[in-house]
Design a protein around this ligand. Structure first.
Ligand code: FMN
Length: 225
């Protein structure tokens, strides 16, 4: 994996790009077992809208991203992701808006699930713009990070037509978000699935062109139980 990211850096350098402007972050590997049972995580799951001002660690971010849509086992058709997906098409993309994460500069990152890496797409603290785009739901500004689920609708629509667009893609996102809710609960963290936002404004904040945002999921330590 390290070899691959070094190769990417080398190619970027030869191509005259500034690889240090958008470095690849290799995330620590996720854990595949934990101390909290699935039943306990389901029981504890709830929406959290108030976060402590504590930084998240890279290990916590790694685990949360993996739960939302990371790589699991290899199937006949290729690697599977943590959430089910109609036709195994996996139209979801994942972004991370970072305010306060130890080991990560403030910015917006794209998550590459096959390699479990992040790549910065925009630097700076964009939490307040994201909260503004989400009808001023200010807990998004308060949370140390927000995971954004987007979709390339055309991937699923190509196979399933309108049914893919209006049903399957949002269903995929629901599965991914529930994973994240349960993973956060199991780690003593909190999240809330935010669907109320202005699509165009969120697309602008994330510099999205072909993808559409589906969910914003701020994550952090709950400020009370
Ligand atoms: C599709 C969807 C959209 C949602 N959008 C928002 C939102 O924009 N803001 C928010 O605070 N909560 C949002 N929620 C969270 C719900 O308000 C929350 O799940 C509900 O109040 C039940 O509470 P619980 O999750 O703690 O069980 C959304 C949930 C879903 C499933």
């Amino acid at each position: 994996m390290l070899l691959k990211s070094n190769l990417i850096l080398l190619i970027l350098t030869v191509a005259g790009a500034q690889p240090w402007a958008d470095p690849v972050v290799v995330l620590p590997p996720p854990e595949y077992s934990g101390k909290v049972s699935l039943e306990e995580a389901i029981f504890k799951r709830k929406s959290v809208r108030s976060f402590r001002n504590d930084a998240l660690t890279l290990a916590e971010i790694s685990q949360l991203l993996w739960s939302a849509g990371g790589k699991t086992i290899d199937a006949l058709t290729g690697p599977s992701r943590s959430h089910p997906s109609a036709g195994g098409i996996y139209p979801l993309e994942i972004y991370l808006v970072v305010g306060k994460v130890r080991g990560l500069k403030q910015g917006i990152y794209k998550y590459f699930w096959r390699d479990h890496t992040l790549q910065m797409v925009k630097s700076g603290d964009h939490r307040s713009s994201l909260a503004g785009a989400a009808l001023k739901q200010l807990f998004i500004e308060q949370a140390p990070a927000t995971i954004v689920l987007t979709a390339l609708y055309r991937k699923t629509a190509r196979v399933y037509g309108n049914r893919g667009t209006i049903r399957y893609v949002p269903m995929d996102a629901g599965h991914a978000a529930q994973n994240l809710y349960l993973q956060a609960a199991a780690m003593g963290l909190g999240t809330v699935a935010v669907g109320a936002f202005n699509d165009r404004s969120v697309k602008k904040v994330l510099a999205l062109s072909r993808e559409d945002p589906l969910y914003l999921l701020p994550v952090g330590k709950p400020s009370h139980d």
